[in-house]
Design a protein around this ligand. Structure first.
Ligand code: AP5
Ligand code: MG
Length: 214
């Protein structure tokens, strides 16, 4: 099962992708997580990506496409995978389709997690990410057992650099300009499924599982 998670920044793509990856035992491939890991390790890719990410802009397509295509050719992806944060532009989607077609393959589902802009800024300002393992929480909707400490690895939680309100507004604009057109693109391919992302995260998960099957 090959799935793309679509939705605005903060819609809950990562939250759902993580739960789906566990349920279906397939890898969760998040380009945002890959870039953040590279930033943390101080790699060349990380340095380049950070310049764009801190402004709320997209990293150029040429830095993203090969990275994802190489990743899903790995052995652990043979039963499927969940793409979170990729593709994000029409050229990325076209490159993905071409790479899949070359293997005689195609995407199965594009799940669009719908959350209106009004809810987004509020969600992002409450999000906390673990400096150690990258696990994501929300101070109100998904709190840790001990405030400020990761439930998984015990490290400290931080506000992501790009979750400051002014950057979030930029990311939303970039989303509407460059990523939202993918809903139409995959709609034409007949694989878009819409879910309401404003309800409790477990209810969002149930709605997606109903689409994908047990
Ligand atoms: P990326 O990391 O992908 O960020 P994003 O798309 O902006 O999305 P987020 O991770 O912010 O949100 P999410 O939908 O995963 O929400 P989450 O589950 O955390 O990308 C970051 C940057 O990297 C980009 O801006 C770009 O620069 C670059 N980049 C990445 N991929 C790229 C690509 N392909 N091309 C070019 N550039 C690329 O949830 C948000 C919060 O809400 C959490 O606190 C969570 O606990 C809470 N929450 C989740 N669900 C619910 C719910 N149902 N109810 C209440 N709260 C909820
Ligand atoms: Mg995410």
């Amino acid at each position: 099962m090959k799935i793309i998670m679509l939705g605005a920044p903060g819609a809950g793509k990562g939250t759902q992708a993580k739960m789906l990856a566990e349920k279906y035992s397939i890898p969760h491939i998040s380009t945002g997580d890959i870039f953040r890991a590279n930033i943390k390790e101080g790699t060349e890719l990380g340095k380049k990506a950070k310049e764009y990410m801190d402004k709320g802009l997209l990293v150029p397509d040429e830095l993203v496409v090969d990275l994802v295509i190489d990743r899903f050719k790995a052995d652990d992806c043979k039963n499927g995978y969940i793409l979170d944060g990729f593709p994000r532009t029409i050229p990325q989607a076209e490159a993905l389709d071409a790479a899949l077609a070359a293997q005689g393959d195609k995407m199965d589902y594009a799940i669009n997690v719908e959350v209106p802009d009004e809810n987004i800024v509020n969600r992002m300002s409450g999000r906390r990410a673990c400096v150690g393992c990258g696990a994501t929480y929300h101070i109100k909707y998904n709190p840790t057992k001990v405030e400020g400490i990761c439930d998984v690895c015990g490290k400290e939680l931080i506000l992501r650099d790009d979750d400051k309100p002014e950057t979030v507004l930029n990311r939303l604009k970039v989303y509407h300009d460059q990523t939202q057109p993918l809903i139409d693109y995959y709609g034409k391919a007949g694989i878009v499924k819409e879910v309401d992302g404003t309800v409790d995260m477990n209810d969002v998960l149930n709605a997606i599982v109903e689409i994908l099957g047990e």
